[in-house]
Design a protein around this ligand. Structure first.
Ligand code: HEC
Ligand code: HEC
Length: 260
């Protein structure tokens, strides 16, 4: 037995030390959704250098149609295209087909300072589709629920929910020393574990907590240590406004589930 002691200790150590990273990995898999995957890819592929510019100041782009590189969330997409299809063509070909097929436009594109790179040969189809999901979310193209849940979406934006919970509730933004290491969004599977129904949602938003989870010692351990906590909105949001946000969240979850 003595001979095996180091081995037993080593296995024990791996089990204990490995639990948290393993759990974090699992929680991250549960959090993943097309928009979040697209955001990660956009960082890796350099999209943000051009589209989320330093200090939010658009990069000047002489000879281009509008004189600037469009900033994501700047309300620019409508000047460049109409549909998800156009958006996808930007990503695949660096411009919509209609631009590239027009000799005058194709010629002008040669002379502009900054060109959108074509990513079609660089990325797989599922990666492109995640980028389309992310860019659509950022640019407000074809959003879940459309106008029917516009009130809830607007409230969430106005009150800063998305700075912590990610564009279109896509989650996965860092939260040091929290159980998963990130702030859960509204569309992944973690949401379903943290919010079982509308009453719990209301409690989270109005009180910044969940009385069901507060009873769990492991959850409490991490809540006391994590860098960011859910604020309480009792002074700012009324019942009706929380209902609007809830309706929007339900629509987000429905459309993410439908997209797979
Ligand atoms: C080198 C700078 C650059 C990079 C990197 C870049 N783009 Fe672009 N992008 C542009 C420019 C410039 C335009 C505007 C078209 C034009 O004027 O030619 C554009 C247009 C777009 C548009 C349509 C316009 C809008 O406002 O929504 C989308 C969507 C887009 N890019 C997504 C992406 C994505 C996703 C990536 C990363 C995979 C990316 N871009 C990488 C420069 C860039
Ligand atoms: C400062 C960052 C921050 C802001 C702003 C914020 N939250 Fe949170 N939210 C958190 C954190 C951190 C948690 C806790 C997650 C945990 O501990 O498991 C959380 C939890 C939640 C939860 C339950 C868990 C889940 O999966 O989402 C809901 C619902 C929620 N927030 C909704 C909102 C809404 C609605 C707003 C805006 C009115 C908002 N939050 C604003 C950081 C924030």
């Amino acid at each position: 037995m003595r001979r095996f002691l180091p081995l037993v200790l080593a296995i024990g150590l791996v089990a204990v030390v490995g639990i948290l990273p393993g759990l974090r990995w699992l929680l991250w898999q549960w959090e993943l959704n097309p928009v979040l995957r697209g955001r990660q890819l956009a960082e890796e592929q350099g999209c943000l250098s051009c589209h989320v510019p330093y200090r939010g100041t658009e990069i000047p782009n002489p000879n281009s149609r509008w004189g600037n590189v469009p900033r994501f969330q700047g309300g620019n997409f409508m000047m460049y295209g109409e549909s998800r299809q156009d958006l996808e063509e930007f990503i695949r070909f660096g411009a919509p087909r209609a631009w590239l097929d027009d000799p005058a436009v194709a010629e002008r594109l040669q002379t502009q300072r900054v060109r959108m790179p074509a990513y079609g040969d660089r990325l797989a189809d599922d990666e492109i589709s995640d980028l389309v999901a992310y860019a659509s979310a950022m640019e407000g193209v074809d959003l879940a629920g459309g106008d029917t849940v516009a009130a809830g979406r607007k409230l969430a934006r106005q009150h800063g929910c998305l700075s912590c919970h990610g564009v279109e509730g896509s989650g996965g933004l860092p939260n040091p020393d929290s159980l998963g290491g990130f702030i859960p969004g509204f569309v992944g599977r973690n949401f379903a574990d943290l919010v079982e129904n509308e009453a719990e949602f209301r409690e989270w938003v109005l009180d910044g907590t969940s009385s069901r989870l507060a009873g769990n010692p492991i959850v409490r351990h991490f809540w006391q240590r994590q860098a960011l906590s859910m604020p309480s909105y009792r002074d700012t949001l009324d019942d009706q406004q929380v209902t609007e946000i809830w309706k929007w969240v339900q629509e987000l979850r429905r459309s993410t589930a439908a997209a797979g």
